[in-house]
Design a protein around this ligand. Structure first.
Ligand SMILES: NC(=O)c1ccc[n+]([C@@H]2O[C@H](COP(=O)([O-])OP(=O)(O)OC[C@H]3O[C@@H](n4cnc5c(N)ncnc54)[C@H](O)[C@@H]3O)[C@@H](O)[C@H]2O)c1
Length: 392
């Protein structure tokens, strides 16, 4: 099978490319514009494979897309290319509208034109898999909401206990009666990012209904893991802590996210594109609801063990002392939590990582991969790519 992956140089896309090259016989065409978020250094371990090919292209370039489809003749598309950082969408929404909505429209149209010309057999087996986020659903009731009915003692236990627990029990609030996002939950996006992703989901569904174009959609919770660009919470906290800088937490840090290791997400996406039912939506999540504060405290505790503070100039003994609270961002969703039972039931996917094992290995990855981090922080990865591919 030949899979065209858009955004394959990004955080999740590169995990998907590595997963497919390392674990299947499939051919991958990585189509990526190489924005600041695209980093081909994340693909060094697989880029020598004969089954890996890279095309530098903007998904807004329709003529370019037509050429790639004609030349590459893919059997499936996995569409991950997007502007993905909520904070950036608040300060500059235009790029989000352009790439996430207009770009997805262009890709749908280029893929549909190509699909229309396929033989009946190829048409029937072709798949367009759109990768989206749980943020399209808006936010869910939070344990601290007075009006919400839930098993409070259970939730309080999870909220108050900030220590890592190897048995993965202390943070659990899945047994509470708090609602979860289902595939049928109504869309209510809060940020320009999530609104642009919601728009692209609507386009994909409309192309299925109107043209019979064989699409699938997945909506996933927050990912973490290796090769994550350090503007996102987890790598940002790890690197700031190691540099002895303050660790900013929005508001009280009580926003809840459902964390999934990126390699579990990559495995789920491959299952969906190869075994998923056309027209279906699958929610993907890690059963790991954590407050942002819990996540930051967990990272600090791991760093205390793995890289104890030695710099006497810092005048602190534990990384947690670097935590500072900053004004919350506008429209900040308070709780996301995924019901992933459909993909578990229908496709047999379950996450392999617990949050405790995944966060520990992620912190260790950042400690072990100083070159990748240094090249991202200095911008050297972009210089290297522009020498190789003329990327800006
Ligand atoms: N990161 C998460 O926690 C998360 C969770 C659920 C869903 N998602 C979705 O998964 C997808 C990938 O997320 P990510 O975190 O890997 O994002 P990312 O920002 O790390 O990577 C995005 C990639 O898309 C490329 N790109 C951007 N604009 C492009 C354009 N116009 N044409 C071609 N390529 C372009 C970038 O160069 C980059 O390689 C996104 O669609 C995102 O909405 C992300």
């Amino acid at each position: 099978m030949k899979i065209l992956i858009t955004g394959g140089a990004g955080f999740i896309g590169s995990a998907v490319v590595r997963h497919i090259i390392n674990n299947t016989q499939d051919v991958v065409i990585n189509l990526d514009k190489l924005t600041y978020a695209g980093n081909l250094e994340s693909l060094k371990s697989v880029s020598d494979s004969e089954r890996y090919h890279f095309v530098q292209l903007d998904i807004c370039d329709r003529a370019g897309l037509d050429k790639v489809f004609a030349e590459q003749q893919p059997d499936a598309v996995m569409h991950l290319a997007a502007e993905s950082h909520v904070d950036r969408s608040i300060t500059g929404p235009a790029e989000f509208i352009q790439t996430n909505i207009v770009g997805t429209y262009n890709l749908l149209e280029a893929a549909r034109a190509y699909w229309n010309e396929l033989t009946d057999a190829k048409k029937a087996s072709f798949r367009f898999h759109h990768i989206s986020t749980d943020e399209v659903y808006g936010d869910l009731p939070h344990p601290s909401d007075e009006s919400v009915e839930y098993e409070k003692s259970n939730v309080e236990c999870s909220m108050l206990n900030a220590e890592l627990d190897q048995n993965n029990s202390k943070f659990k609030i899945q047994n509470s009666k708090l609602p979860l996002f289902l595939e049928t939950t109504a869309y209510a996006p809060s940020s320009p990012y999530s609104a642009s992703k919601a728009s692209s989901d609507h386009l994909v569904r409309a192309w299925l209904r109107t043209y019979g174009f064989p699409t699938l959609i997945t909506n996933c919770s927050n990912n973490y893991g290796p090769y994550h660009f350090p503007e996102k919470l987890i790598p940002l906290v790890i690197l700031k802590a190691l540099a002895g800088k303050s660790l900013p937490i929005y508001g009280k840090g009580d926003q809840i996210r459902d964390w999934l290791h990126v390699e579990d997400h990559a495995r789920a996406l491959y299952k969906v594109v190869t075994e998923g039912e056309v027209g279906e939506t699958y929610n993907i999540g890690g059963h790991n609801e954590k407050t942002n504060l819990e996540v930051v405290q967990a990272i600090c505790n791991i760093l205390d063990d793995a890289f104890p503070i030695q710099n006497s100039k810092l005048k602190i003994q534990h990384y947690q002392e670097l935590i500072t609270y900053v004004k919350d961002r506008p429209g900040h969703d308070r709780r996301y939590a995924i019901d992933a039972s459909k993909i578990e039931r229908e496709l047999g996917w379950t996450p392999q990582e617990t949050f405790e094992s995944g966060i520990r290995s992620t912190v260790q990855w950042y400690l072990d991969n100083e070159d990748w981090v240094t090249n991202v922080q200095s911008g050297a990865y972009q210089t290297w790519m522009s020498q190789q591919y003329g990327a800006e």
